[in-house]
Write a protein that binds this ligand. Structure first.
Ligand code: BES
Ligand code: MN
Ligand code: MN
Length: 476
C-alpha cells in the first residue's frame, strides 16, 4: 500500500476521472429551486453510486419536516476489515449548486460542462456551475477514494471514513441541524471533520484554511401607505418607504466604516501581533486582487485600522445584498410605493453569535421606525463562525499530505466565506474541522462562467490520496 501507487493510478486514469466529474456537473442540482428537485435527488444518487463503487456502504437519507421535504443527505462509511488505524474522518461536502442566473452572462451553458484550454495565466479548466463549488472539489476526494480502492482493495485505503454530502448548503443548510442532532451518535463517533470547499492562497499555492466567518441574513421590509400613490399628489407629505428605508440603511456604518449596531463588536477577538505578522508574510497583493475585479488601488476601503486581508479574515462586516421596491420597469413612472425591502447579510467572527446579532439588528431597526410606518423582518438563517485548532495531529497530517501531493508546503490562511456546518459540528459533537480546499480567487463561484482548473483538481486529488497514508500512521 502506498501513496505513490495511488498517485500513479490518478495520473493514469485522469481522463476517466474528469469524464466522471463532467457527468456529475451535467446534473443541474440547484438545491434551492423546487423545479430542480428531481435533478438534485439524481445528483445525490450519482454520488452514492460513486462511493458504492469505491467499496463504501451508502445510504440516501431523507431530511426535512415533513420527512422528505428537504434534499437528501448521502451518508456513507467505509466497510470491511476492522483493521483501521488513525482517526475516523468525517468528510463533508455539498452536491447542491447555486442557481445559474443571470443565464445570459454565461459563455457556455452552465450545465453543459466544457473543457477549455489554458489562456494566459488561467490554466486548462472545466467551466460549469458547481465546477469548483463544490462538486469539483468533492470529486477530488471521491477520485482519491476510488484510487485507494482500486489499488489496495480496501475502502478508504485503511482509514475509516464517514462521508456526509448535503444538498442544501447553498440555501442555508436548513435541515442539517436536525439531521446532525438525530445522528449525533454516528457523527459523534468520528474524530475530525474534513472539508474541501475553500480556496488556495493563489495559483500553485495550496493552503489550509483554519477559519471561516459566520453569517446572519435578514430581510427587512418597511411598510408605509396601504397602496401605491401618485408621487405628485402625495410626495413630500407622507412617508415614502424607499426614501425612509435608505435613510435608515445609510446609518448602518459610521465614518470609520464600523457597523453602528450597539454591542455588535462584543466578543470579537482582537488580532494578535503574531497573527498580523504571519498574514503580512503571506504576501497577499491587494492591488492585484482589485485589478482582477476591475478596480483601481484606491478602492481598497473598509473598517479603519485594518489591512485588506484583516478586513476579510478577522473582522465582522455588514452588506446590503439587495434592495427591492418601487418602479423598476422601462421608462418613468411617478409613484410612491407602499413598501420597500432590503436583504442584509452580516459576516461574523469569533465569538459573535448569529442569533444575538439578528436580535440586535432587529431592535436597532425598530428604534428607527419612520413616523406612521411599520417593519417586517424575515430571518433567512445563518451560521456560526469557526476557527480551527492548528496544532492537532490530523491537521499536521493534512499539512504533510498537501506537501507530499502538491510538492509545496501549504500556507495557513483564513477565509471570509461561511461554511456553517463547521460551527454546527463543533457545538453539537465537539468536532474540529480541517478545510483543505483548492479553489482560486478567480474561479467565479456563485457567478456566471464558474470554473475549476485541472491543476487545482490534480493537486487536490493527490493531496487527498496522500492524506490516507499520513492518517493511517497518526493518532486519533
Ligand atoms: N464554499 C462556499 C464558501 C467559501 C468559498 C468559503 C470560498 C471559503 C472560500 C460555500 O458554498 C458558500 O457559498 N457559503 C455561503 C454561506 C451559506 C450559508 C449560503 C457564503 O459564504 O455566502
Ligand atoms: Mn461551497
Ligand atoms: Mn457556495
Amino acid at each position: 500500500m502506498s501513496t505513490q501507487q495511488v498517485i500513479d493510478w490518478l495520473d493514469q486514469h485522469e481522463e476517466q476521472s474528469i469524464e466522471r466529474m463532467i457527468d456529475w456537473l451535467r446534473i443541474p442540482s440547484v438545491g434551492t429551486d423546487p423545479k430542480h428537485d428531481a435533478d438534485t435527488a439524481k445528483a445525490a444518487q450519482w454520488a452514492a453510486d460513486h462511493l458504492k463503487a469505491s467499496g463504501f456502504s451508502v445510504e440516501l437519507m431523507e431530511t426535512g419536516d415533513p420527512a422528505g421535504s428537504g434534499q437528501p443527505i448521502v451518508l456513507a462509511t467505509t466497510t470491511g476489515d476492522d483493521d483501521y488505524t488513525g482517526p475516523h474522518v468525517l468528510f463533508y461536502g455539498h452536491y447542491d449548486v447555486q442557481p445559474a442566473d443571470p443565464i445570459e452572462l454565461w459563455e457556455s451553458a452552465p450545465f453543459e460542462p466544457i473543457r477549455k484550454a489554458a489562456e494566459g495565466e488561467i490554466g486548462e479548466r472545466i467551466v460549469a456551475r458547481g465546477a469548483c463549488d463544490d462538486k469539483g472539489q468533492v470529486m477530488m476526494f471521491l477520485e482519491a477514494m476510488r484510487g485507494w480502492y482500486e489499488t489496495t482493495g480496501k475502502p478508504g485505503g485503511g482509514v475509516k471514513y464517514t462521508v456526509l454530502l448535503e444538498g442544501e448548503e447553498e440555501s442555508g443548510s436548513v435541515n442539517l441541524e436536525r439531521f446532525v442532532e438525530e445522528h449525533k451518535d454516528t457523527l459523534g463517533a468520528t474524530d475530525v471533520c474534513l472539508i474541501s470547499d475553500t480556496g488556495m492562497l493563489g495559483r500553485g499555492k495550496p493552503a489550509i484554511t483554519y477559519g471561516v466567518r459566520g453569517l446572519t441574513y435578514l430581510e427587512v421590509t418597511l411598510i408605509g401607505p396601504d397602496q401605491d400613490l401618485h408621487s405628485g399628489l402625495w410626495g413630500g407629505k407622507v412617508p415614502n418607504p424607499i426614501n425612509e428605508l435608505t435613510k435608515v440603511l445609510s446609518q448602518l456604518w459610521d465614518d470609520k466604516r464600523r457597523v453602528t449596531i450597539p454591542n455588535f463588536y462584543d466578543g470579537v477577538r482582537d488580532l494578535t501581533q503574531a497573527e498580523r505578522d504571519a498574514w503580512k508574510e503571506l504576501g497577499v497583493d491587494p492591488e492585484a486582487a482589485l485589478r482582477g475585479i476591475g478596480l483601481p488601488p484606491e478602492a481598497s476601503i473598509g473598517e479603519d485600522g485594518f489591512s485588506f486581508i484583516e478586513r476579510e479574515w478577522a473582522r465582522p462586516t455588514c452588506d446590503i445584498n439587495g434592495i427591492i421596491g418601487g418602479y423598476t420597469g422601462p421608462g418613468a413612472k411617478t409613484v410612491i410605493p407602499s413598501k420597500a425591502s432590503a436583504k442584509l447579510s452580516f459576516r461574523l467572527v469569533d465569538d459573535q453569535d448569529s442569533e444575538t446579532i439578528a436580535s440586535s439588528v432587529i431592535e436597532w431597526f425598530k428604534q428607527r421606525t419612520p413616523p406612521g410606518c411599520k417593519w417586517e423582518f424575515q430571518n433567512h438563517g445563518g451560521g456560526a463562525p469557526a476557527t480551527c485548532a492548528t496544532e492537532s495531529e490530523p491537521l499536521q497530517a493534512a499539512f504533510r499530505a498537501i506537501e507530499r501531493g502538491c510538492g509545496f508546503k501549504p500556507s495557513m490562511i483564513k477565509s471570509g466565506g461561511s461554511i456553517p456546518v463547521a460551527g454546527l459540528l463543533k457545538t453539537t459533537v465537539g468536532l474540529e474541522t480541517i478545510f483543505m480546499g483548492f479553489g482560486l480567487e478567480d474561479d467565479r463561484v456563485h457567478s456566471p462562467n464558474e470554473k475549476f482548473e485541472l491543476d487545482c483538481f490534480r493537486m487536490g486529488a493527490r493531496a487527498h490520496a496522500a492524506l490516507v497514508e499520513e492518517l493511517v500512521g497518526s493518532d486519533a
